[in-house]
Design a protein. Structure first.
Length: 362
């Protein structure tokens, strides 16, 4: 059965140095018609996700081939403009013109930060976009800039409304990133979560690993609870927190697609050539509200209160949102990135196909 400290017992992982993985990912993406700087943003996003996530979670380098094929097939426009349709001092509405979602997300968060520097808060909505990867990557653009960042997106209809069977709303992930200091060694607080209990990527992984899954992850095609990942793959995902997660997902569609004039509900990803994904980004300039060092002092005091909580039986310590991922990232930077062997083989094959030298695993 899956647990929070899950490690595979059946799948032999392939370890690759992080910078070697970053280099080969950049080189592969640069063989497409993407602007080199955009290719590097996407590569960094994918590798950063790989560093933070478990192998079965789907936002890492397993997506490189899909991104390459979407650009080559013109399902994503690599030259799409970042068009500001309308803006005020604190707000902006952007049309992504079916461009690479990761790049559009980074540009949108940078625009929100620029507005926050002047107004205290900046909000940017993006419509007609595509898959933008891990929500925390775009939200983390605030780090080193004295801001708190919020990133959200809608997604394909993989979640049934509470009490229903058919997928109508998406996993619709959120990320909220709060710095705890200005230096690179100051671990930020990063809440990065889909609004489903889990995703199908982790179900596929457990299926391969011969493991059962919790019954609150998904329902079967006829609406029954199941702990069988194979049956769950044919059904729909369940929201985190039951009806609460469903409500958050529905309102995320409202705050992105409905409000921004983009896709919503069953529309995102319905047409592979026009994904119709919508996002929202918010930046809060800390110094507008209070002196930044005072904020950090208050935050450290608050963290101390949280960490001082008595732990329940069997719990070693209280962790902050993103702390487990931070530790995982540091471990992988030191000891190499463990890749799914199927992903390793596919990435190596893709490198060969596009004429990029392969760097062997450590």
């Amino acid at each position: 059965m899956y647990s929070a400290d899950y490690k595979t017992e059946q799948i032999p992982l392939c370890y690759v140095p992080a910078e070697a993985l970053r280099g080969v990912t950049q080189a592969i993406l640069r063989t497409t018609d993407l602007v080199p700087e955009d290719a590097d943003i996407i590569a960094d996003a994918l590798v950063t996700s790989e560093l933070r996530n478990l192998q079965g979670q789907g936002q890492g380098v397993r997506r490189v081939r899909a991104y390459v094929e979407r650009v080559r097939g013109r399902e994503v426009d690599p030259q799409a403009p970042f068009e500001i349709v309308k803006e005020s001092a604190a707000l902006a509405l952007v049309d992504a013109h079916n461009g690479p979602g990761t790049v559009m997300a980074v540009k949108a968060m940078r625009l929100a930060m620029a507005k926050a520097q002047q107004q205290g808060v900046g909000i940017v909505l993006v419509r007609h976009s595509t898959h933008f990867g891990s929500a925390s990557y775009s939200a983390s653009q605030v780090l080193g800039n004295g801001c708190i960042g919020v990133s959200m997106t809608n997604a394909g209809p993989e979640m049934a409304p509470w009490g229903g069977i058919d997928g109508v709303v998406g996993t619709n992930p959120w990320a909220i990133v709060a710095p705890t200091g200005d230096g690179p060694d100051a671990m930020p607080i990063i809440l990065d979560m889909a609004l489903t209990t889990s995703g199908k990527g982790m179900m596929r992984w457990l299926l391969r690993d011969g493991k059962k899954m919790p019954t609150n992850w998904a329902i079967t095609a006829d609406g029954r609870e199941t702990d069988d990942p194979a049956a769950a793959m044919e059904g729909t995902l369940l929201p985190m927190g039951e009806y609460k997660g469903y409500g958050l997902s529905l309102l995320t569609d409202v705050l992105t697609g409905v409000l921004g004039g983009g896709g919503y509900g069953v529309i995102p990803y319905r047409d592979p050539a026009r994904q119709e994904v919508a996002h929202q980004f918010i930046a809060y300039q800390i110094d507008w509200f209070m002196e930044r060092q005072a904020f950090y002092a208050n935050l450290q005091e608050f963290i101390g209160m949280v960490k001082a909580s008595r732990t329940r039986p069997g719990v070693a310590e209280i962790l902050l949102p993103g702390e487990l991922e931070w530790r995982r990232q540091q471990e992988k930077l030191r000891g190499g990135v463990p890749l799914d062997p199927d992903v390793y083989a596919d990435l190596r094959q893709l490198a060969s196909e596009v004429g990029v030298p392969w760097l062997a695993a450590a």
